[in-house]
Every structure is written in structure tokens, then in C-alpha cells.
Design a protein around this ligand. Sequence first.
Ligand code: IVH
Length: 680
Amino acid sequence: MAAPADVGARAEQLRDELRHHGYRYYVLDDPEIGDDAYDALLDELRALEAEHPELQTPDSPTQRVGGPPVSNLAKVRHLAPMLSLANARSEEELRAWVARMRNHLAREGIEDPEFTYVCEPKIDGLAISLLYRDGVLERGATRGDGEVGEDVTHNLRTIPSIPLRIDGDDVPPLLEVRGEVYLSLPDFQALNERRAQAGQSTFMNPRNAAAGTIRQLDPKLAAQRPLSMWCYGVGVTEGLSFSRHSESLDWLRSHGFRVNDDVLTLRSEDEVVAQCLDWQDRRGSLDFEIDGVVVKVDDLELQRRLGTAGRDPRWAIAWKFPPTTAVTRLNEVLWNVGKFGDLHPFADLEPVRVGGVVVKLATLHNEEDLARKDVRPGDDVIVLRAGDVIPQVVSPAPHAVERKDRGPVPRPPVQCPVCGTPTVKPEGSVFTKCPNVLCPGRQWQLLKHFASQGAMDIEGLGEKQVAVLQEAGLVRTAADFYRLTPEQLTGLRGVGETSARRLVDAIQDSKDRPFGRVLFAIGLEEVGFVTGRTLAQRFRTIDALLDATPEQIRDTPGVGPIMAQRIHRQLADPQMRALIADLRAQGIRFEEQGPPPGEGPLSGKTLVLTGTLPDLTREQATERITRAGGRVTSSVSKRTDYVVAGDSPGASKVEKAERLAVPIVDEAGLLALLGDPGLR
Ligand code: IVH
């Protein structure tokens, strides 16, 4: 039965009011009514919709609580690629960017362009694209690799600052809004405290928390976490056009989207530099994390003429903040057991905020490093966090070394901290080691390495899951993963029936990883991803490799005599042989597929990769180069044909390439060498 007209009208009125108050609260941060009054309106609307379900609209504020879970995250292709950004780390680099733009435009016949710039905070969350059709939110997706992302609409709908509907008389038929979803610092802290109290693991930083939440299948979870979104641009549109980026931001702001009010339009490079430094100063007082400032050319016609270089637009740059440091107390030096039994020192610290993240643990690298730094328990120490890397202890604070009652010099433990076996220090090694090959600490490292991204890449099998499986006695070697059944997994700590089945599927799916990755995954000392591949190509089958002499192994590009001996010795080890036999019996691929290398546009060429490429991971780049007949090695020599340099390349590699006149190319250059027009 249709609802009476007055009930329908009341529902609509309530929706409008709730939308308005939600906007005041979540977008403008300027509420007009209190929480109780808001909740009363929401309760009334819920009651009406419960009684008359036909009144419920997809854009109703009641829909924010989260609908039914989805079964997987569907892949979606972006209508236009979501680009990344080149970095500037200093004033010189920022000015060099402007000079590059001027040169580029001059070649295009545009002399002396007048730039105005828009300076925006570079929010440290995750990039999201929202697609509105006729003003209604149709789909929201993560950036993914820039071309293809994941459909996370179910979770984005729960975020109160994201409009479910755009109002106004200039609503375009199609509009893509781009921005960054994030968790504020106070909300992040509160979330972690709640999790810690409930005995759950805590998130490393707000970005991980936001990314983890957005990729959940059940939107009820996202609805409980106070995510928000800053919008920073318009993507694809139909029926709307702007001539300046700043105009598009104004349009978004006036149509219910959350755009940062401190975004400024500036006229000169000097002003831009001053603004970047200003954000840098204010960074610590913001209630969300930023890791830099994005500077964009305002004029959209100039943007179009400037175009992109690889994945980076020429018309924008990210001013990156320098690494941040903090001083805190070193409580204790603890030791970690590595894949091959090597003991690594790390610091247990008094929790401290560094660059917006609370740090409790930091690496001390190795014994030599520890001795050189001379940090002692009880010292105040300087902790450094740069970008994504693990925080590290740099040195004692200057005042700490003057104390008379400093603690003892930390020494490597005489017994393995995990299994208690007396430790050894092999001659010539910088590491004290746990010699017990069955040490659960060592095994844990090996197992998680096996499942990790560059290796067998088993989704859902991270370090925690590996530990749970080990503790339950279900997994001792990597081959045991392939014998797991959903029944065995269901009921283990936090594992439901669906995720158990999904994990078993992911494990089974990993059986067809290329041979080179398998060689990397099984954990041979010194065999990284690249050597795994080259060994696979050279020997093509595991039998050929197992039968090879050290001299034959040495014949592999990039493998020296000592390394060849070590690989040979490890492959002869009965335990390694047993593992290989067991994995083979489980159906893991121990043979190279496809035609032998050497054919393709890069045949006979040797390339070195350095830095982070905007789009391809190192593994993907390596796979594509090898497929094209080329070879990837790790150090630059006169035999190197190209160095492919991404973001933050190794300075020594670049210098050596320059000295030896080896051409340096970026990702776009690599794609050109691969004969790839960039459209994948
Ligand atoms: S613009 C120009 N603006 O930074 C094309 N990106 O390194 C790039 N980000 O994936 C996007 N704040 O996740 C832009 N104000 C901002 C941003 C921003 C954060 C992120 C975004 C993007 C990454 C690029």
C-alpha cells in the first residue's frame, strides 16, 4: 500500500533537513543544531521508512549506516587515468619545475606564459574517485594502479561528508570528483585506543587505517569509523566546463563537497615557496596528516598544453616535506630473528609522535650500526621517520651522552630470543645468528616472505595470519599452506567461514606463479627477485638448477663466484630439497613457461631499475622487461644499456650511469623501449 501523501512529504522534509544539518556539521564543521536534535530527526525518518519502505531513497541520510556486505571488490576502469605527482624536495627543485614548464610551453609556441598557482595540502590518505550521474552518487572507486581501481561505493556511501546527491540547477549529467579519504588524527587515536582495549591490533598510521577501512567488504565497519574526504579536483565531466582549476574547487565547495579553505591561489614562485614553507610549519598543528603541498597550474588550458610525462602531469608538483625527527626515551634494545637466523636489533621506545605518527618501535639496523651509534637503554634518542620507511634511531640526543649513569652497552643476546638456542657469530658475518633452522622465529620470517607480494603474492596471508597458522600447528613449511582446508581455518582467531574459503582459494591460486618468483619465494639467501628470474631463465627447470655445478650457476648474469657457491650449497641442503619436492608435489610451478628469453624489443639489453616508478611496481617492470627479451641487473656497469629511474632514485646509480654515459630513462621511456604506447 502506498504511503499517504503527507507521510511522503514529511519524509522528504526530514531528508532535506538532515542533509542540510549533515552538511553544516560534516562539511562546514559549523553545526546549527545539537547532536540530540539531529538524532531525533534521523530516528523519525528511520521510523517512517521502516513503516513505509517504498519511501526509502538511495540518497536518504538513513542509508549512511551501511547496506549489506559485498562479496568482493569489483575492479573498475577509471574514465580518465588517476595520475600521480612528481616531487620537489627543495626550493631549487620547485623553481626548476617552473623552468621546465616554461621550456615546454616555449616549444609549444607559448612564450612567457603567466602562471597562477593553486597550493593545496597534500593529504596523506587514499585517493578516491566519485562518479555522479545526474547528480546522484553512482560509483566510488580507489585509485588502484591509476587505470583500474576497486569499487568501494558501499563504504564511501557511509562517509557523511560525501554528498549522496548534488543539488542545484546546474547539476551536470556526469561529474567525477576526486579527492582524498582520510581519518583525522584524534579519530585515529581514539580508534587505536579502542582496538588496543579490545585486544585487537592497532593501525600504523591514519592512512593505513583509512585504506584498510575503505577496502572492507562490510560497510557496517566503515560506518563506525569516522572517515572524511577532502576534495581536490574534478575529473571527467559532461555538461560543466571550467577555465581554471580554482573555479572547479569553488564549484565543488558550493555544491556540498568538502574543499579545504586554506587552498590559495598565488601569482609568483616566491609566494608559492612561502606558502609551502607555511604549510610545513603548520603541519604539526593540523588535525589531519599531510606529507607535502601540491602546487598546480590554475589555468586549465595551460594544463592541457603542458600535458603529462609518463604518469605525472607536467602542470603539478608535490612539494615534499623533509623527514621529521623527534626525541624520546629508549626503553630497551630488542632483537628480531631474520629469515636466515640473523639477529636484528630494534628499539623499544617511549611512544612519540614523529611526522604525525606515533612511533613505539624503530629499527637499529644491525650490530655494527648499533655500536657506531652508541645508544644505550635509558638514553634520550633521536628518532627519524622519512616518508614510508620504517622509523629509525639516529643517535643519542646530545644531552644523553653527557649523563654519568648511562645504561650498559647493548650486546646481542647469547640465546635466541625466540627459541632459546645458543647464538653463534659466524666468521665474517656482521650478524649474530640463531643456528636453529627450525626456530619458529626464522620460520615465521620465511613463511611470510613466501606469501609476500613480490614472491607468491597470496592475498590475505600477512604476518599475523602466518603466526596464527604456526601457533595452531597447521603450518610448519611453506608446502603446508597448500594442504590447508577451509574447515581447518574456520574458527581460528577471527577467521570466519567466508574468509577461510577465500584464503584457501588465494593460496591455491598462487600455484601458477612464474618459476622465477617461486625461486625467490622459497628463501634462498642472496636470491632476490631479480636473481630468481635470471636463474629461472638460465636453467628453465628446477632439475637443471639442482643438477648445476657452482661454475654453471656462476654463469648466470649477476651471479658472482661466492654467491654461486652459496646458492649451490643451499640447494644441496636436504631440508631445501625436501621443501622443493613437497612444493612440487603440491603442484607449484618449477619450470619456466613460454619461449626462451632473447626475443623481443629488448633482446640482449641489460637494464637497471632504481627508485619508485609511478605506475609499475619493480616486479611488474622486471617481468615486462624480461618478457621483451631484456635482462634486469642490480648494479650499473659499462655493460648496462639503460637505467630506468623513478622517484627517489639511488644517487650512486644515477651518478655512475652519468659517468659511464648510460642513458637514463623514466617510466614513459621504458614503455617506449617496450614498444608500449602507454595504453594498457
Ligand atoms: S592531485 C594531479 N591534489 O597524492 C594529479 N593529489 O602523488 C594528482 N593527494 O594519488 C592528484 N592531496 O592521493 C592531488 N591536493 C591534492 C592531493 C593529492 C593528496 C594524493 C593523491 C594522489 C597522490 C599523487
